[in-house]
Design a protein around this ligand. Structure first.
Ligand code: RIB
Ligand code: CA
Length: 313
């Protein structure tokens, strides 16, 4: 079967890094490029971190593009309190040697969707949706050409992780999320409801480290670092691997279950800004616009991830 073509839009972030590593280790997907966006840390760091991760994976050939350095209309909110000053705190990784691409990430997204056959490119989004929304605004002709958007973001039963109501990726740029979720593109959302069930328990972290390769050890060190926030806040038994649920879904969708429902974004209320209002019980009468995931086979997810990380340097 031909590999599925994907663009990864990301704000690395340790969990973004693991999502990228999983994709680069998996023959089921072909990463056409990685587009960095401001989110967990400023753009200058997210674009650098994306290149660092590609080199860790032994894939300096993957083109990395810098995108939007702030949300569509709001001040950038970052998450150094979770990911550390660099965004990739934990392991000591060498600075990247592969250069950043000259083109803007939005230009790459538009050009790629126009060039590739219609319905063959999936957008895997791991951060705020600013790049995607900007591309859709600048080139509405590409919207109908997207095969699927698979997006980490939002929450319903789990409520917020950056405010009482909102998940970080949506909160940073709610207007961008509204544009993307109302675009009409086939959309699958990985909210906190499912990512909080993908916890890197100690045995799972030990399994990463036991791989003995640079990728496995770095993954153990990254998740060791960024579990602090969730352990302190939720009493979790380990770091929630938010973003790898996106690339795992593209590779092995059977691991996930959810509902096709209406999902809308709060963009007006200060109290609930960025909240994803997910009509899980189908009471609104609003048209379903996304498959909103609620559960996963966690053992199967970690078995897949660990087996694939073993394939990298
Ligand atoms: O709320 C979790 C999301 O915000 C993840 O994508 C994490 O990397 C941060 O971007
Ligand atoms: Ca992210």
């Amino acid at each position: 079967m031909n590999p599925r073509k994907i663009i990864i839009d990301t704000d690395p972030g340790q969990d973004d890094a693991v999502a990228i590593l999983l994709a680069l280790a998996s023959p089921e997907v072909e990463v056409l490029g990685i587009t960095a966006v401001a989110g967990n840390v400023p753009l200058a760091l997210t674009q650098k971190n994306a290149r660092t991760v590609c080199e860790l994976a032994g894939r300096p050939d993957i083109p990395v593009f810098a995108g939007c350095d702030k949300p569509l209309k709001r001040k950038l909110v970052t998450a150094e309190h979770v990911h550390g000053r660099t965004g990739l705190d934990g392991p000591t990784l060498p600075d990247p040697t592969v250069p950043l691409q000259d083109a803007h990430a939005v230009e790459f997204i538009i050009d790629t969707l126009r060039k590739e056959p219609e319905g063959t490119v999936t957008l895997c989004t791991l951060g705020p949706l600013t790049n995607i929304a900007t591309a859709f605004r600048e080139a509405p002709d590409i919207i109908g050409r997207v095969a699927e958007i698979v997006s980490m973001g939002g929450a319903y039963f789990e409520v917020g992780n950056i405010t009482p109501a909102a998940e970080f990726n949506i909160y940073v740029d709610p207007e961008a999320a509204e544009i993307v979720f109302k675009s009409g593109v086939l959309t699958t959302i990985m909210p906190l409801d499912v990512t909080h069930k993908a916890l890197v328990t100690q045995p799972r972290n030990d399994a990463f480290r036991a791989l003995g390769n640079a990728t496995g050890i770095a993954t153990a060190e990254m998740t060791d670092f960024f579990e602090r926030f969730d352990k302190a806040k939720y009493g979790s038994t380990g770091a929630p691997l938010h973003d790898p649920t996106v690339t795992a879904y593209v590779i092995a969708p059977h691991l996930f279950t959810g509902r096709h429902i209406n999902v809308e974004v709060e963009t007006l209320s200060d109290l609930t800004l960025g909240m994803t209002v997910a009509d899980w019980w189908g009471v609104s009468g609003r048209t379903a616009n996304a498959t909103f995931m609620g559960d996963l086979d966690a053992e199967g997810f970690f078995a897949l991830l660990t087996e694939r990380l073993a394939r990298l340097p």
